[in-house]
Design a protein around this ligand. Structure first.
Ligand code: NDP
Length: 251
């Protein structure tokens, strides 16, 4: 393997799938990690087997993440980029009635998933001599809103992990970055959150142009392809129609 390798978690849909396609176009060999392998295989077919590898991975499982790390090592090339994208939201309940199972899921995937995959791949990223870790956070990582406590708590925690890691890796050749998107219209994010297509659709109702997965893939490609001494700590990106979490222009 001569190409630099990029691992993208949650590559089976939305931002992860778009980022994988874009990073392959930027010249990486992309390792696509998620649970739904048939979707990953479709993406590998689109990208081409020379430039992409599908690995079934559940970021909430130590064994599964260890297998991802082994699969990356077997490719034999330098691992220079990890995109911790797997994540999402479940529910929109107030704190007083929020489901602990929903909170648990959000913490497991967004926070512990990022921790697990980062721990497993950090040695290879460092060994490359020029590693980059990008976490897909959210504007929920620094803003709270009614009904959002489980998700905002998880994204705040992921941000704390990222910020701490940057301090701890000071002096070592791995930069740590975070992209915090506002409203991105992806196929599944709101559907997973509400479990109801009408409620999911209502999130974007009348919003002139929510961000797309490709917009965030563009941000991933941009931060990852800056010269390695440039560390984009945090990139906040929202649609023009969303001046703030609570201030969304609808027509
Ligand atoms: P999607 O629901 O489209 O994608 C989520 C991805 O995460 C899927 O590929 C899913 O794959 C994967 N995933 C979920 N659980 C696991 C798991 N246990 N192990 C491995 N992979 C898992 O959402 P988006 O593309 O919209 O979101 C991607 C990221 O961006 C998330 O972290 C989200 O919080 C963040 N974000 C999204 C915003 C939005 O408005 N859409 C705004 C701000 C941030 P599979 O089910 O196959 O395992």
């Amino acid at each position: 393997m001569e190409k630099n390798i990029a691992v993208v978690t949650g590559a089976s849909s939305g931002i992860g799938a778009a980022s994988s396609l874009r990073l392959a176009a930027e010249g990486y060999h992309v390792v696509l990690a998620a649970r739904r392998t048939e979707r990953l295989q479709d993406l590998v077919d689109r990208i081409g087997v020379k430039d992409a590898t599908a690995v079934s991975c559940d970021v909430t499982s130590d064994a599964s993440v260890a297998a991802l790390s082994d699969a990356v090592a077997e490719l034999g090339g330098p691992l220079t980029l990890l995109v911790n994208n797997a994540g999402g939201a479940h529910g929109m309940d107030p704190v007083e009635s929020g489901s602990t199972a929903d909170w648990q899921w959000m913490y497991d995937v967004n926070v512990l998933g990022t921790l697990r995959v980062t721990q497993a791949l950090l040695p290879a990223l460092e060994a490359s001599g020029a590693g980059t870790i990008v976490a897909i956070g959210s504007t929920a990582a620094f803003t709270v809103y009614e009904g959002g406590a489980g998700y905002t708590a998880a994204k705040h925690a992921q941000n704390a992990l990222v910020g701490t890691l940057r301090l701890e890796l000071s002096g070592r050749p791995v930069r740590v970055m975070e992209i915090d998107p506002g409203m991105v219209r992806t196929e599944e994010f709101s559907l997973n959150r509400f479990g109801d297509p009408d409620k999911a659709e209502a999130v974007y109702a009348g919003v002139p142009e929510p961000l797309t997965a490709e917009d965030i893939a563009d941000c991933v490609a941009w931060v990852a392809t800056r010269p390695h001494h440039v560390n984009v700590d945090r990139l906040v990106v929202r649609p023009l129609a969303q001046a703030a979490q609570h201030k969304v222009h609808r027509v």
